[in-house]
Design a protein around this ligand. Sequence first.
Ligand code: NAP
Ligand code: GDD
Length: 344
Amino acid sequence: MTKKALITGITGQDGAYLSEFLIKKGYKVYGAVRRTSSINTSRLSYIGVLDDIDLVPMDLAEITNIQRLIERVEPDEIYNLAAQSFVQTSYEQPIYTSDIDGIGVTRILETVRNLGGNPKFYQASTSEMFGKAQQSPQNENTPFYPRSPYGVAKLYSHWMTINYREAWNMFACSGILFNHESPLRGTEFVTRKISQGMAQIALKKIKKINLGNLNAERDWGFAGDYVEAMWLMLQKEKPDDYVIATGETNSVRDFAQVAAKSIDIDIEWDNEGEGEVGICKKTGNTIISIDKQYTRPSETDHLLGDASKAKDNLGWKPSINFQSLVNMMVKHDLKRIEDNNFWF
Ligand code: NAP
Ligand code: GDD
């Protein structure tokens, strides 16, 4: 029988890759979208899956909506990817972020519990829960120390997912995913901001990119690899939680350096702190500078994941390394600008 998957957050980066992955596996995919004045399905169009998805209305703020939808669709698997996912915004909208990223998850869990424990449930947990990392690399046993309202809200929903598994015997898994990026990444996240900015510099549309903390280190992987891990977790006999990461960390400065290299610019760094600049060696032009508005009140300084458990139990490993990821993102942005294709 055809399996049915309900994906919340289908219009986001991971929603697009996961739906493509599940459609190829033969699933019937239902994509939950919240009401907005104009629904943004551009990522789904970009990768060519929009026509194969049944879009259904659902907002994580509204439990009656969640209940009716899950009862009607009767999915075999729910992938909860919906969230206010931008850490910076969570400092300005902590209550909204807590409601959607925290309580919103309990709304789904309660609905599934009331339906007798089916379907299987995947929760999009995050390495941001490690925050002020207590050890490096981080694995499933590393203590959490979230540093943002987003991280705190996600930690609540992470533990709720575990609690519903233990208390109500639900098949509920949490994927503790480290940062994953792609050409479909939102432009406010630092990787895409840099890849888009470098493409604009190469095509002489802008002169420089303003960034915040260049020292922050992240374990960046490719989103297309990470959605497979979500599916693998739900195919195991027993539900569990897994760290998904590449095992390599790089700073924002490194990311900018590699992205610049892919448009044939060698960066030389000068000064420190707020005065730091990245200069094009050949022309002497400043192409990176610091703007304090992009720094955070409390920062997650260093993330590096150990995905050994996923490798051993799920047979998962990443296929794209850091260098290829950066090059892929810049290449797509160059093409998009050349084609005047500014969908997202
Ligand atoms: P994203 O591109 O920002 O997508 C977020 C999705 O959530 C969008 O479809 C958005 O819909 C939807 N959404 C937001 N508020 C909602 C609400 N109130 N009701 C229903 N839908 C709502 O995020 P992503 O990068 O794909 O990440 C997917 C999930 O993984 C998120 O939960 C994120 O927190 C988590 N995560 C991401 C990473 C990463 O590095 N990408 C790492 C760890 C965990 P609109 O299009 O209408 O805004
Ligand atoms: N966005 C942004 N913009 N970040 C900047 C900038 C800038 O101009 N300059 C420096 N940074 C630094 C941030 O301070 C942070 O340390 C790092 O770059 C990464 O920022 P983001 O790309 O916004 O991602 P994030 O790590 O905060 O959050 C992402 O990864 C989490 C997993 O760890 C999001 O996808 C979250 O939803 C996800 O859970």
